[in-house]
Structures are given as structure tokens and as C-alpha cells.
Design a protein around this ligand. Sequence first.
Ligand SMILES: Cc1cc2nc3c(=O)[nH]c(=O)nc-3n(C[C@H](O)[C@H](O)[C@H](O)COP(=O)(O)OP(=O)(O)OC[C@H]3O[C@@H](n4cnc5c(N)ncnc54)[C@H](O)[C@@H]3O)c2cc1C
Length: 546
Amino acid sequence: MDRRYRRPPLKRWNGWGSNDIDYPVPASALAYLVEALGSSQPGPSASLETIVKRIPPSRLPDHPLISTDPEMRLRHSRGHSLPDWIALRFGSLDRFPDGVARPASEEEVKNSFAFAKETGAWLIPYGGGTSVVGHINPPPVDHPYLTISLERMRRMTKIDETNRVAAFEAGVTGPHLEAQLRARGYALGHFPQSFEYSTLGGWIATRSSGQQSLYYGRIEDLFAGGRMISPAGVLDLPPFPASAAGPDLRQAVLGSEGRLGIITNALVRVSPLPQIERFHGLFFPSFDRGVAAIKEMAQSKLQLSMLRLSDSLETNTSLVLTGNERMIRMLNGLLRVRGLKERDEKCMLFLGLTRARGLARKTRRIALDIAREHGGVHVGRKMGSEWRRSRFKTPYLRNTLWDLGYAVDTLETALTWTALPSALDAVLKALREGLEDRGERVLAFSHVSHVYATGASVYVTFLFRIASGAGETLLRWQKLKTEASRAIAAHGGTISHQHGVGLDHLPWLEAEKGRLGLRALAALARAFDPDGIMNPGKLIEIHKPK
Ligand SMILES: Cc1cc2nc3c(=O)[nH]c(=O)nc-3n(C[C@H](O)[C@H](O)[C@H](O)COP(=O)(O)OP(=O)(O)OC[C@H]3O[C@@H](n4cnc5c(N)ncnc54)[C@H](O)[C@@H]3O)c2cc1C
């Protein structure tokens, strides 16, 4: 193992990330929240011991590979969707896997399948457990469940420098994967915000997208092949540079959400470490003008690594959260001098450059010229460097906000450039007005996070007050999620650009895939998993074997 890699400290069982890291909010930010949403009571926090005591005995027989320890079962029972948080924090969860297997080799994965066959258990593949749509939760069907965590399968097994392909066991997390590659002068460059805890297998199984996908590509561009073990047998996917030999089965494994089998080994396309990795900050006088600029950059095929444009409310909220009033005053002064007006709805753009030195300079010049034509003001690299430094720390805010009494969730979609403005307006309206009947306000803001020649993804964050009971808090979330999802579907957006389907997006899938499409997916699942034991209820309705 590379010596520079340090294992992350123990994970919180009911919140984001390491027990050792906090993200306090400054007093000015709390005042801002109270102004926007009203004051709130601290969110509840059930104790680990109370929940562990309530866990029913396991329905699985003893096996050397399997732990039935209640705490282990609790720690693998939920991901990071808001319903997961509500269940964990209120202590209202009632479904747990009956056991957790942690295989260290493909042989042990196969043994887990044999165990499932003998005992009739259903299997839930588990990477880092960072799913935000209910991927790894036992569904509400009374049946023994065995979670298979790949956390012990995390080695780089091969690097082929000539063909720039590396092979990894699929349970490797982001930092460990990059550390092993960096030691050889390479990078994968897949940086979802959950990077520190999510795994290569999870990225493939959810069709994940990293923050610098504009340069490195989404996971479907990086996943070259590998091995998936399914109840029906082993699928090997050779790493062809390209192939016209019929439909690409890699694409079936990508986004398979544990329904087809367990990805044990993945071959990924790697790049030499970049000479330059920089993030520039810019401000636009309005969201529309910012969108026009990034659209032109995307369509000019400028090789940037990231374009992330916040709307004016997200821009303002991010600045307030820094608590640095002096910096905000200086920034506003600078923007005034450079031509932005006080009344402008300022929108912040982070522009990433990941390249060889000479190319980066040229790309930067063209990008800044385009920005200027759309009224953009370049404020240098300081804010971009700060964003980069804290990019994996922002999720810790969820812990702090919960403790202050505010629930926070996100949703995302991808739309054509034509559909984007009206769709985004409709989603934000649905969220902001969604709890009016309950006399509650919602703070909702967004950014465009991944751009393509034909359109872009938008990522929406929304906050509301936690109610005194789990049921009412969940109802508030359900109402907001349903209304926002309806607006996405009505405006031609996909139900997910990067988070996947899981349990939460399943009701919206038919609108996108059609009946025939869903039947084809179910048939594919039956081919790999004839008895329907793999991650039932996610992505595809639970299927009954014939
Ligand atoms: C704070 C936060 C930020 C996030 N940011 C992003 C982001 O920027 N971009 C993004 O795309 N997503 C993001 N996500 C969502 C999540 O991190 C991704 O969906 C991620 O790909 C899940 O990986 P995981 O290893 O945690 O998988 P899990 O959550 O453990 O599993 C997800 C699904 O994959 C299946 N699975 C996992 N491993 C395997 C395997 N080896 N074989 C077969 N199936 C498997 C599981 O059965 C399940 O269906 C974020 C989540 C959080 C909580």
C-alpha cells in the first residue's frame, strides 16, 4: 500500500464522514438561516445503544464469512438519503440486514453466493454506503438479507502503463485509489463530492459523475472493463479501446445498482498526473448570462475540467457561510470597480483547468475571453483554491445543520440548454412553495455542475426545518421530493444525472424508459439473476422467478 495513504478515521454511524471532523457555521450564517426559515429546535439524535438494543435477532445461520453483530448490521442498514438520515437520527428505522459479509477475494464473493443459495437470503452489494437514493437499504419485504461489503477488496492489482489501464478490486475508495495511482505517476480523476468514502464499484454501479468530469470523463468513460460475478455465472468484460461487436455489455453493468451481480474487479482508463490543476473564480451579472457563457465554452469544445455556475442565492449563501465579512466587503468592492452593479444578481462560476502547462494557458485565455463577452468578471484563483481545499468538507455541513434543527437535501437532473431555464424555475418554485400549506418555508438554490454541448446538469440544494416527529419530517421531505421530481419529468429532465435510481427514483423511471424499456431491464436482470436475489426492489421492481 502507498505510504502516503492514510485510512480515514472511523465513520459516523448516523451522519456524514469522520467522527473527528466538524464544520461549524458562523453566527452570521445561523442568523441568515433563521431569517430564511425561522428559528428551530436542535434535530434529534437517537443513541447507537438504543437502536442496537431494538435490532431483531438475525435470521441467518452462523458462517465464518458473515457477521451478525447488531452494530455491524446497523452500520450497513442505511445510506445518506434524507429519509435515511431521518430514520437514523430519530431512531425510527425498523429494517436491518440479517448479516454482513466482508469478502477479501473473488473466491469469498462466490462463497457468499453459495451461502445465499443454501439459505435463501437476498443479497445487497455494498461499496461505501454513500448512496443518496436508498440503494443499499433492505426493502420493505420480510425476507432475510445479507449485505456484501467490498471494503476489504481495495488493491490495485495491475497497471499497464503502455495502454494506460489500471485494474483495481472494486471496493477501493477514492483516496486509496488515487494514492496507489499517484505513486506510479497517474490519476483516475474521478472526484464525486463523496470521494473520501465512495468506492470504484459503487461509482460504476450508480453511473456516477465526478466534479472534473469535463476533463477526465464520467465513470462510463473511465470504466474500461472488468469482472462481475452474478448468480448465473461470471461476466468478463475485456478492455477494448472500442468495439462494434453488438451492444456494449459494459453499459449494462454501468448503472446496474447491484441488480445483476457484484463487480469484483474493474479496469479503468488512467491519465498521467496533470502539470496544472487550477480553479478560477468569476462573477456574472445574472444567471442567464453565466449560462450563456458556459454554454458557449462547452460548445467550443474548450478543454476545461470543470464549470460550476451557482445561481445568485447559492452564491450569496456560500459567501455568508464563510462568515468572512471583510472578504465579502472587499469582493463586492472589487466587483463594483470591475463593472458589476449593486443591483446585479451576482452569480459565481468556478472554472477548472487540468492540463499540460502550455495548453492550460491557451485554454484559460479563450475561456476568459468568452466570459468577458457575457459580462463575466475574473477574480483570480484565491476563491477557486479555497473551494478546492474544502470541496470534500462541505458535506459535513449536513451534520451541523441537523444539530441546529435544519434538514438539507439535494436533487439533480440533466436537461437540454433549451429546457434548462424553465425547468430550473419550475423545480425551485415547487420547492420554495412546497410547504406553504404547512406554514413552513424552504430555502432552495442551485448550480449548473456538468456541461455538455447539448445541455447541462443542475444540482439543487434545499433546506427546511426539522419537525418534532420523524413522520412529519418525512412527510415534508416526501412532498418536496415529489413536487420537484414531477417538475423535472414535466420539463423533459432525467430523474437523475448522477445519483442513480435506487428506491427513491424508481416511481419516475417509467416516464423515462417506457414500459418496453423497463421490461427489457427486467429481462436483463433475470438473465444474470434468475431467482431475483440481487438487491431486490432497487432500479427494477422486485421480480418473481418463473
Ligand atoms: C455527501 C455526498 C456527496 C455525493 N456526491 C456525489 C457526486 O458528486 N457525484 C455522484 O455521482 N454521486 C455523489 N454522491 C452519491 C454517491 O456517493 C454515489 O452514488 C456513489 O457512486 C456511491 O458509491 P458507494 O461506493 O458509496 O456505493 P453504495 O452507496 O455502497 O452503493 C450504491 C449502489 O451500488 C451498488 N454497488 C456498490 N458496490 C458494488 C459492486 N462492487 N458491485 C455491484 N454493485 C455495487 C449497491 O448495491 C448500490 O445499489 C454523493 C453522496 C453523498 C452522501
